[in-house]
Design a protein around this ligand. Structure first.
Ligand code: ARG
Ligand code: ZN
Length: 884
């Protein structure tokens, strides 16, 4: 489709537009405006009197003038929804402090002072889950990015590094366990059933890495001896009753510690490492120094309640947070614009770790799939931003797939260009140079440049330009000479109309059609708008395998014959390229189908090619099942939508479902045989058993698409025979989309079987929210009124509504019911938890790329949200940009 067929301007909803007062635009923070802090805080002493409804905090700051600061006498201490109960300077109560909005300003006359501030907070009332909050009767903190200022007044910016000493007192029965960063230095009993603990963290850190936990917890304990001989105590703290589900997390932690020593030379630096699992958490987990706080879903796992994918997620997130100890804590960020410095690098590190722990090929495919589903749409929409943003209103909105996942891809490209050894020399230099500092992305690039011996001058554009580069590929064959012509275009994004070409490192191989082999992989780097590369020695036009291993995060436009894709899908020796060929075959077919470019002959030919490739995948004895499972995954509907300037989600869904049904019957016998073979493999955690479970549900999904009755029968049998959550959830997922009698039976059984297990009940909500069932919207509405649903638990909200928002049948309902549902959710959730509410805005923000009727409905929903005068900064920013 053409850009000219953009959706028309939607009809204005005057009722709403007229009623709303002009909303207050939050201030915009610019990267260019960075100034060093005027005052430094070398030491912090925090004294907590803990209570679920009222916690009293006395904070004593040693304050010294920063020689690099602007010399002001005003000390600015950030606050957020707190009030100073008392302010003392050098031990004497002062009353000439002022408030500037939420911040506390104190005048200081000398070079160094002690500043003491008292505050009180109500953790039970903290539904935002930022700062100090209560979760199931325990107290815990989340300070990144700007939560510390909700506990006490402080220069809450990552370039102010302090050593923290923490004392906490609380009721011993209510809070038997008292934890903070670093080491426990003293404990004791107090009066009236209280007890206390003192903690000291010797490593200077920014306030966002502060953490405190108090509650009734039990630990899985183990030890790890570092390469330098330090014996580290490891604890994974959970609520009593959950301890039997912590062993995988512990194994993952030990593996992470060992892996970081071997892969990056990074050793742990305290005698204690604590992880605490909490069930109310906005994100995945948090890398607080020596005291990681985790969402329970990334800690708890056993075969009965966690899928194989859950196991992988636990391993990946445990690794991620552990790796932050160096990439994030020892070297932290100068300001939040540098977030990708720690997040992009740490995602790359956790990806490499998971690749080494399991199948590297499968891990790479999974990572690219996430990038394409989550990051590509971001990069082509109204919220597009570079991995190092230039401005923001609310930093929580920038914990994005771009900063995290594209950030990881950008560093991965440096590694590809340098090779592993030189890249390691670069990271060694980075850690040596910046240990103990608050660094910038530029510092990182410079260290890799110097340490790896690369010239990254032009490469820095990857940090400053948003948008996924579009690469057009042409392959010409003339006599014995083959010419590869590459053309790149980085699309315009909000605020960045003009783009420069970026260096694009592409691993390529050319297959000889006669021998079926290639003569070695090469790395070509396209650093101009257009470049040509020539190759000799092919009698016939070779088959090009390009962007092997997904060496560059780009979108490729390369029209090729089905025959070439079938060849690569069956023979490419790069597993990612093999997957890519399979995807390409299906994407080409489906995109042609929804664009009305498939006549009967082309449809028949396309299906035949896909069917043959699928049959080959099902039968290939050389493939392991984990990889076979990857090759059987059809491209996601959001990724298909990305291929079109303006997408019709209904048409995409119908075309993709039709292909599934065709494949299900065309390959029916092979799929049933596969399902039977997989069902016979006994339980194990090894790759073969995991692979069997993966293809079991893959096969089941396609069988059900081709023959719903047979699918329902097999799904119920799989459900009943299941000895793992992987099999049980897989079967239930298939049933949830079927209009079959088995559906209700299995759903009721599942709920009853797992009542009381929050993470599994989340699955129950999520499966129904994601179902391709004709009445899915009614189901979701009913679920929102279910006794187990609550707006105050982010996992539960995401389970139901993220499922709904990512389900094309529900979200893109023709009448706009799905958009209204998500719009209403955002308006209801915003006063409770703005950070989580804001996460639902981007799906509506895709309206420009959706056909006009739906686009108008989506836009109207955004306007309805924008009209709410009391909107949070989080949602306000996302909605304004999405409408803009
Ligand atoms: N640093 C954490 C991580 O790596 C994310 C914490 C983000 N928290 C937030 N409130 N935005 O995964
Ligand atoms: Zn992180």
């Amino acid at each position: 489709m053409d850009i000219a067929s953009r959706p028309a301007e939607p009809v204005e909803n005057t009722q709403i537009a007229d009623a709303a007062p002009p909303p207050q635009a939050p201030p915009v923070i610019h990267r260019e405006d960075y100034l060093p802090p005027a005052w430094l805080i070398p030491q912090v002493l925090l004294d907590f009197r803990l209570g679920v409804d009222a916690t009293h905090v006395v904070s004593t700051l040693s304050v010294t003038r920063n020689p690099e600061g602007n010399g002001t006498s005003t000390l600015r201490l950030n606050g957020d929804q707190i009030a100073p109960l008392a302010v003392r300077v050098d031990g004497r109560e002062v009353n000439d402090w002022r408030l500037d909005g939420p911040d506390l300003l104190v005048e200081l006359t000398g070079e160094a002072h002690s500043v003491e501030v008292e505050t009180a907070v109500n953790p039970a009332a903290n539904s935002q889950l930022m700062g100090l909050y209560a979760s199931n009767g325990m107290l815990c903190t989340q300070c990144e990015a700007e939560g510390f200022r909700r506990i006490t007044f402080f220069p809450d910016r990552p370039d102010v590094l302090s050593t923290y000493s923490v004392k906490m007192r609380g009721d011993k029965a209510q809070f038997p366990v008292l934890l903070a960063n670093g080491n426990c230095t003293a404990t004791g009993e107090g009066e009236d059933g209280t007890h206390w603990a003192e903690w000291h963290d010797p490593w200077p850190k920014p306030s966002y890495l502060f953490a405190l936990v108090a509650g009734d917890l039990v630990a899985n304990h183990d030890t790890f001896t570092t390469m330098g001989g330090r014996k580290v105590d490891l604890n994974i703290w959970v609520r009593p009753g959950d301890e039997d589900r912590t062993q995988h997390a512990m194994d993952s932690l030990i593996n992470s510690m060992k892996w970081d020593e071997e892969a990056f030379g990074r050793e742990y630096d305290l005698d204690l490492f604590n992880i605490v699992a909490v069930s109310d958490f906005n994100m995945g987990a948090m890398e607080n120094k020596g005291l990681n706080v985790f969402n329970t879903r990334y800690v708890l796992a056993d075969p009965e309640t966690a899928t194989d994918a859950d196991y992988d997620a636990v391993e990946g997130v445990i690794g991620h947070e552990y790796f932050h100890n160096w990439s994030g804590n020892r070297v932290t960020c100068r300001d939040w614009f540098q977030l990708s410095l720690k997040e992009g690098f740490t995602v790359l590190r956790d990806q490499m770790f998971s690749a080494d722990m399991g199948s590297a090929a499968v891990k790479r495919i999974e990572d690219v799939r996430v990038l394409r589903i989550a990051q590509f749409p971001e990069d082509s929409g109204p919220l597009a931003h570079p991995i190092r943003p230039d401005s923001y209103q609310e930093i929580s909105n920038f914990y994005t797939a771009t900063v995290y996942n594209k950030g990881a891809e950008v560093i991965r490209m440096m590694r590809t260009m340098a090779g592993p050894e030189r890249f390691r020399a670069g990271t060694d230099l980075y850690f040596a140079r910046h240990d103990g500092e608050a660094a910038t992305c530029e510092d990182f690039v410079k260290a890799i440049e110097d340490g790896a011996g690369l010239d990254l001058t032009q490469f820095r554009l990857w940090y400053s330009q948003a948008g996924t580069p579009q690469l057009t590929v042409e392959l010409d064959h003339d006599g014995a000479r083959t010419t590869l012509t590459l053309t790149q275009a980085v699309p315009a994004t909000p605020g960045q109309p003009e783009k420069q070409p970026v260096p694009i490192p592409l691993r390529i191989a050319l297959y000889d059609r006669d021998t079926g082999a290639h003569s070695g992989e090469q790395l070509v780097v396209l650093d101009k708008d257009t470049g040509s590369f020539t190759f000799d020695g092919f009698a016939k036009p070779p088959v090009l395998s390009i962007n092997r291993g997904f060496s560059a995060p780009v979108a490729i436009d390369f029209a090729r014959a089905n025959e070439d894709l079938v060849f690569l899908a069956a023979h490419d020796d790069d597993p990612f390229a093999r997957y890519e060929a399979m995807q390409g075959l299906v994407v080409q077919y489906l995109v042609a189908g929804v664009s009305g470019r498939l006549d009967d002959a082309a449809r028949t030919e396309g299906r035949a090619a896909i069917g043959a490739a699928f049959a080959a995948v099902i039968d290939d004895p050389e493939l392991d099942d984990l990889m076979r499972g990857e090759l059987m995954i059809l491209p996601a509907e959001t990724y298909l939508a990305e291929q079109l300037l303006v997408a019709d989600p209904g048409a995409i869904h119908a075309e993709r479902e039709a292909l599934k049904a065709w494949l299900g019957s065309e390959c029916g016998e092979g799929l049933k045989a596969l399902h039977d073979r997989a069902a016979a493999v006994p339980y194990g955690r090894d790759a073969a058993a995991r692979g069997a479970r993966k293809i079991k549900t893959q096969a089941l999904t396609l069988i059900a698409a081709g023959d719903p009755a047979e699918g329902a029968r097999r799904a119920l049998a799989q459900y009943r025979a299941a000895d793992t959550m992987t099999d049980r959830q897989g079967a239930l997922m298939v049933l949830a989309s079927l209009d079959a009698p088995e559906r209700a039976e299995a759903l009721a059984d599942f709920h009853q079987r797992y009542t009381g297990n929050a993470l599994v009940i989340d699955k129950w909500f999520s499966l129904q929210g994601s179902a391709f069932h004709p009445e899915v919207l009614e189901h979701i509405k009913a679920l929102a009124g279910h006794g187990d649903f609550t707006m105050t638990n982010p996992n539960r909200v995401r389970a139901l509504y993220m499922a709904a928002a990512s389900n094309p049948v529900a979200f893109h309902d023709e009448g706009g019911e799905g958009y209204r549902m998500i719009g209403e959710l955002i308006r209801k959730l915003d006063p409770v938890n703005p950070q989580t509410a804001a996460r639902f805005v981007p799906v509506l923000g895709r309206w420009r790329r959706i056909e006009p009727v739906r686009a108008a409905l989506m836009r109207a929903e955004l306007e309805r949200i924008a009209a709410v005068p009391t909107l949070s900064r989080d949602v306000r920013e996302q909605v304004t940009k999405s409408l803009g």
